[in-house]
Design a protein around this ligand. Structure first.
Ligand SMILES: [Zn+2]
Length: 268
């Protein structure tokens, strides 16, 4: 995987390297003297056993967050036993690669060993983060976005100058325009929990379900929506630094967001 990533970046003329434990770093373009890079993040490891080339992806109709059947990918072995598709977080890695190709100025961090306590991210080369303005990880299950990870607030929708304001505004806009819904949730951890002390972070919903089980699957349209969300967020947040203010009551932020979503979808 690490060799594949380094070869991919090389082929596309993007500066990339790895550290001792296997975290992959990449950067493209230059920022101005007073600007900062957006950073996209996804971990390269998965919890499933390594099956070599024997994971056979199948397209099936499986339920999304609302129980509606949607085209989804699920992984099987040769005997038709479900083995997990590795969407957590290979779909995130794929989205990072697409964005690295599409956008002119961007940094990318692909840590290893997330599933055993974000160990890779905890050993991030801090000098790589110095000219970064904020991080976007593509590793939030189903239609959720992690507002806290390990009780740390990733973003604050009520900070007028914060990244949370832009992000939740974008989620509400997508809810309306694409007739979907998102929720903010408190999750245990993923890589950005280790980056949050440096700047504000967002965990984008990428549409994988039943993660960490052999029945894991990925709803295709939600993975494509994650790409649109990430790209639009970078467009709006730009090449700036964000460090959202703390908030004493995270539950209130979550309830507030949910009320807005319900108003828009008319289900109140
Ligand atoms: Zn993950």
């Amino acid at each position: 995987m690490i060799e594949f990533l380094l070869a991919f970046f090389k082929k596309h003329g993007i500066r990339a390297w790895r550290d001792e434990i296997g975290n992959v770093y990449a950067e493209k373009g230059e920022v101005g003297a007073y600007q900062k890079y957006p950073l996209v993040v996804a971990h390269t490891d998965t919890v499933h056993l390594i099956h070599g080339k024997k994971i056979i992806p199948k397209k099936l109709l499986l339920p999304n967050y609302a129980g509606e059947l949607k085209p989804a990918l699920k992984g099987f072995d040769e005997n038709d036993n479900p083995v997990g598709i590795g969407a957590d977080c290979k779909v995130g890695v794929a989205l990072c690669l697409i964005l690295m190709l599409r956008l002119p100025v961007l940094k990318c961090f692909l840590p290893t060993e997330e599933e055993i306590g974000a160990r890779g991210a905890s050993k991030v080369d801090v000098s790589f983060l110095q000219n970064v303005g904020y991080a976007i990880e593509f590793d939030s299950p189903a239609n959720t976005s992690s507002i806290t990870l390990g009780n740390k607030l990733m973003f604050n929708p009520e900070d007028e100058n914060g990244l949370g304001k832009i992000w939740t505004g974008l989620l509400l806009e997508f809810s309306e325009n694409r007739e979907t819904e998102f929720t903010l949730e408190q999750h245990s951890y993923t890589d950005i929990v280790k980056l949050r002390p440096h700047f504000s972070c967002i965990n984008v919903p990428v549409g994988y379900y039943l993660y960490h089980t052999t029945d894991e699957y990925l709803v295709e349209e939600e993975a494509f929506m994650a790409l649109d969300l990430g790209e639009e967020l970078i467009k709006r947040a730009g090449y700036r630094y964000y460090n959202d203010e703390p908030h004493p009551r995270v539950n209130r932020l979550i309830i507030q967001f949910n009320l807005n979503t319900m108003e828009i979808t008319g289900e109140l």
